[in-house]
Write a protein that binds this ligand. Structure first.
Ligand SMILES: NC(=O)c1ccc[n+]([C@@H]2O[C@H](COP(=O)([O-])OP(=O)(O)OC[C@H]3O[C@@H](n4cnc5c(N)ncnc54)[C@H](OP(=O)(O)O)[C@@H]3O)[C@@H](O)[C@H]2O)c1
Length: 256
């Protein structure tokens, strides 16, 4: 009975930022659990490589190149998924950007807009459009990838921290509105995960050591360590859970 609750057999899942890092790991994990996975990020070639890996393991994937700052692109992602599969059961809003690493005094308007467009506006409108499909059929699970930076500002990542705080509230707003329609919305807030995205942190020995000193488990996470929670939140095993933002940070928050 409990094995079935965690199954994603036959479900259709969109994973943004599915070409590498946490999104790739989640996409591969979902495929292994039986879902058909729609891979969305900007670069088609990288997505095709993930699709090939999933198919080589017996899974099913569809590539729809998408820029999360482009509202027409977001519409095409939903339409393309519906054309191919006719439904959407799971949405993982994982793609995010952070083009700057500086104090707030140096932040320029273009960088501010880019972060907010991709990390907040894109997530809002993709969730809104996928939500129409899910609310109509009375079921679905949305999983937003937030950050520990949403709870405690990370130095030199101020606007990014603000954008992730907005993702936390967006999670709760949609969860409250759509709970009565059978659609759940939760978020995963990773700590330091070894990916391309976080290289400015782990690539700097002084920053890395300071971070490791504040993590009780004493190391960074690997992207694969985000997958178990992502499967749980997508599956029926979490069916009474909505509006939650869950930290996976090696215990960093409790020692801050
Ligand atoms: N790594 C960490 O320590 C950490 C910690 C907390 C939270 N997070 C969050 O985890 C999520 C995934 O990050 P990651 O660490 O796995 O980073 P990553 O390895 O750099 O992957 C980022 C993914 O997002 C895609 N992407 C970037 N900009 C995009 C855009 N404008 N439109 C569509 N796709 C875009 C990238 O593909 P393309 O280049 O092909 O677009 C890539 O697939 C993000 O939400 C990030 O904020 C990461």
């Amino acid at each position: 009975m409990y094995r079935e609750q965690f199954s994603l057999e036959g479900k259709v899942a969109i994973v943004t930022g599915g070409s590498r890092g946490i999104g790739q790991a989640i996409a591969e994990g979902y495929a292994e659990m039986g879902a058909k996975v729609v891979l969305a990020s900007r670069k088609a070639e990288a997505l095709e490589q993930v699709k090939a890996k999933i198919e080589a393991s017996g899974g099913e994937a569809l590539v729809i190149p998408t820029h999360m700052g482009d509202m027409d692109g977001i519409r095409r992602l939903v339409e393309g998924t519906m054309d191919k599969y006719g439904t959407i059961d799971i949405l993982v809003n994982n793609a995010a950007t952070n083009p700057i690493f500086c104090g707030t005094a140096e932040v320029e308007e273009a960088a501010y807009d880019k972060i907010m467009d991709v990390n907040v506006k894109g997530v809002f409108f993709l969730t809104q459009q996928v939500g129409k499909v899910m609310c109509d059929k009375g079921s679905g699970s949305v999983i937003n990838v937030s950050s520990e930076a949403a709870f405690c500002p990370t130095p030199f990542l101020g606007v990014y921290s603000m954008s992730k705080a907005a993702v936390n509230m967006l999670t709760k707003v949609f969860a409250q509105e759509w709970g009565p329609k059978g659609v759940r919305v939760n978020a995963i807030a990773p700590g330091l995960v070894k990916t391309h995205f976080s290289q400015a942190l782990w690539g700097n020995e002084a920053i890395l050591q300071a971070a490791l000193n504040s993590i009780p488990l004493g190391r960074m996470a690997e992207p694969e360590e985000m997958v178990g929670l992502a499967i749980f939140l997508a599956s029926d095993a979490s069916r009474y859970m909505t509006g939650q933002v869950i930290l996976i940070d090696g215990g960093r928050e409790i020692s801050a």
